[in-house]
Ligand binder design. Sequence first.
Ligand code: FES
Length: 109
Amino acid sequence: MPNVKLHVDGTIVEQEVKENANLVVLAGIRQFPKLKYGCGMGRCTKCTCQVIEGAEGLAPPNWKEEKMLGDKVKENYRLACQMTITQDIVLSQENLSIEPIKKQPSTTA
Ligand code: FES
């Protein structure tokens, strides 16, 4: 089973997860503590993390990650809700140089 290390809030959460696990799904059912997340659908960027080790084992960023993170995907920034874990990985949600995108005001006429 893949081992996940997450640096967050000055601590490290380390846990084994099932292959092809989604960390936001696990966090939603209280099986992965401390992960920051929001919508679970690639829209809010609250689950943004930087891959410190193990990026080579991930599928390439999908269109939602590219749309929401822009050039940051080249610095191994990913949306945890859009990733499946297939091998050992080290992630960080500390000191990210990207802020969650603010909700755009409605433009209804
Ligand atoms: S939880 Fe909202 S983008 Fe991942």
